[in-house]
Design a protein around this ligand. Structure first.
Ligand code: F6R
Length: 249
């Protein structure tokens, strides 16, 4: 069973997660070392990023020693499109803190198809060259995906091009004014990239995620619920709000 931390609301939970991230960044600064974060997009981490921005602006938290790798990007997707995860990360975090531009990495949705495999290999090599991911932030899809590792993703998967599930594209329809405009593919870090992180924090808010969170935490480990692989990760916590904890036994 995966350890859970249950907060009365997502604001309190997000402040606690931001504090853990900030503490790690500060500890590494004191040791003169960098830190590697794995970051997620979507609605779930927005309040964490807001709190990190507040800690930067009001409490002097510096991101000068931070490297980050985002989980995923739609394909095809131009970086300057408002729906891109590059745009999301700049708007929600990077443009408001002092992380050096050359320190953050997001899968490139504008590549030619034949260049993707090489790019993905390099993405994984860059993570390894920096010593691996210290702390990986995750959301969870209604179908149990982590990153865009949709049901069926195997445990040894690395960064790669995948086909999005219909349910994932349906969830994104609002951002693209219609499901037909949602890209059919994405580049995502693999399950093994996530499992190799030293620390994993998966966040989920609201009753809508309670069923899939129960399956991930208590159900059988299965490629049909990729988040259930985290039962085999020794330093994972699910940080959830009370409505999301509803169905846990
Ligand atoms: C985003 C990602 C996805 C989302 C998940 C939940 O980078 O990798 O796995 O975390 O789809 O999305 P939200 O937070 O919008 O409910």
């Amino acid at each position: 069973r995966i350890p859970t931390q249950i907060y009365s609301n997502s604001q309190l939970a997000s402040v606690a997660v931001a504090k853990e991230i900030a503490d790690l960044i500060k500890t590494r600064q004191q040791e003169g070392r960098h830190v590697v974060l794995g970051l997620a997009t979507g609605s779930t981490p927005i309040k964490v990023y807001k709190e990190l921005i507040r800690l930067h602006k009001e409490e002097g938290l510096s991101f000068s020693n931070v490297y980050s790798f985002n989980l995923d990007e739609y394909y095809p997707m131009k970086a300057n499109s408002t729906q891109s995860y590059v745009h999301f990360m700049k708007e929600q975090l990077f443009d408001h803190v002092d992380i050096p531009k050359e320190n953050y990495f997001i899968p490139d949705g504008s590549l030619k198809q034949e260049d993707i495999a090489e790019f993905c290999k390099e993405y994984d090599n860059n993570i390894a060259a920096l010593g691996g991911i210290d702390l990986q932030l995750l959301g969870i899809g209604g179908n149990g995906h982590i990153g865009f590792n949709e049901p069926g993703s195997l445990q040894n998967t690395k960064t790669r091009l995948i086909t999005l599930d219909h349910s994932t594209r349906a969830s994104a329809a609002g951002d693209f004014s219609g499901i037909s405009r949602v890209p059919k593919k994405a580049i995502t870090m693999g399950v093994s990239n996530i499992m190799n992180a030293h620390r994993v924090i998966l966040m989920a808010w609201g009753e809508g995620k309670s069923r899939i969170v129960r399956e991930a935490v208590e159900g059988p480990i299965s490629d049909q619920v990729p988040a259930s692989y985290l039962q085999q990760h020794s330093n994972t916590t699910f940080v959830i709000d009370e409505p999301c904890a509803n169905e846990l036994t």
